[in-house]
Design a protein around this ligand. Structure first.
Ligand code: ATP
Ligand code: MG
Length: 210
């Protein structure tokens, strides 16, 4: 019988926004789990722009965060990285990211992937209603944050994923304190952090060749 499924299936694109300072296995597992559950064709990782003012402490330069994200995602054929938020500049707002993607990919179904903490922040935004027409939201569980029911079942899916108690904040503190970051981030990310001495206190930065 003729059904709606006779029409070609729309491509499904996941969008994983983040500061990625640095990217870690919590981000990668979230993207991979949502991609499998929602049958996504691609997940685009979108590092945030550089805030004009450093509001909540230092954020590592956009090019370092972009390259870390490329290194971490390079081996997965369905993972890509976008510069839209970096190239727009300034603080990133989810509405701007989604507007850019809906113009770039007008025929694709967009899925915005967040952890429970980021979803709660998005819900507190005053113009939150503007978001629902642009993408379906998937809020994944994250250790240390409550698994809130945000309501709006047609717009927001809640998904339990393997618990990874990893944060970029903790990784920056580890790197600064000469504690290991191995196995919390992909090997290439460990090597890039060491090569560029990211997150090291200024006094301990040494040239690449001693
Ligand atoms: P920071 O400590 O600097 O805030 P972060 O670890 O929270 O870093 P972000 O770049 O802020 O990482 O997060 C990007 C997205 O990934 C957010 O939606 C966040 O909720 C989600 N996320 C981050 N870490 C995890 C994790 N361990 N499990 C599930 N989701 C995560
Ligand atoms: Mg965060």
């Amino acid at each position: 019988q003729a059904t709606a499924s006779d029409q070609p299936r729309r491509r499904r694109l996941g969008i994983m926004g983040g500061t990625f300072d640095p990217i870690h296995h919590g981000h990668l597992v979230a993207a991979s789990e949502v991609a499998a559950e929602f049958e996504l064709d691609e997940v685009v990782f979108v590092p945030t722009g550089q805030p004009w003012q450093k509001e909540t402490g230092e954020v590592t330069g956009a090019e370092h965060r972009y390259l870390l994200t490329v290194i971490a995602t390079a081996s997965n054929p369905r993972f890509t990285v976008s510069r839209v938020d970096i190239d727009r500049g300034g603080k990133t707002y989810t509405i701007d990211t989604l507007r850019d993607f809906s113009h770039l990919y007008p025929d694709e179904e967009l899925f915005f992937i967040t952890g429970a903490d980021a979803m709660a922040q998005i819900m507190s935004w005053k113009n939150v209603e503007e978001l629902w027409g642009l993408a379906h939201f998937v809020s994944v569980t994250r250790p240390g944050y409550p698994s809130e029911d945000f309501g709006r079942k047609n717009q927001i899916s809640l998904m339990e994923i393997p618990a990874m108690a990893i944060s970029s904040t903790d990784l920056r503190e580890r790197a600064a304190g000469d504690k290991p970051v191995w196995y919390l981030v992909p090997d290439g990310v460990v090597q890039y952090i060491n090569k560029h001495r990211l997150y090291q206190p200024e006094s301990s930065t040494r040239p690449l060749v001693d």
